[in-house]
Design a protein around this ligand. Sequence first.
Ligand SMILES: [Zn+2]
Length: 102
Amino acid sequence: MILSTQWRCSICLKQILYSELFTFYSKGAVHYTCFREYAKKSSIKSVDIMLEMLEKELKMIVDYKRYINEVSEDIKQLLSDNEKDAEKHAALLTKMIDNMIK
Ligand SMILES: [Zn+2]
């Protein structure tokens, strides 16, 4: 089953699916791959490093969301808290990259 989110990618304009990596930057929701392509144009080395870390955090979010309904209640809470931390980290990385390439 393919579940789409309520968001459209502000770069490629396609509907974003929950199975895809995505984040939010100053122009709205965006696929990770579209954002990476856009950010790579800057050729700042630190941007590459932060894009790599952002990808890891976004993968964590997808994995936490995937497993959260397969575990007991006590574990669910922990996974949910950790997932929120990953979302926070992803948001901070995206914001920093977005500011650096402006
Ligand atoms: Zn896109």
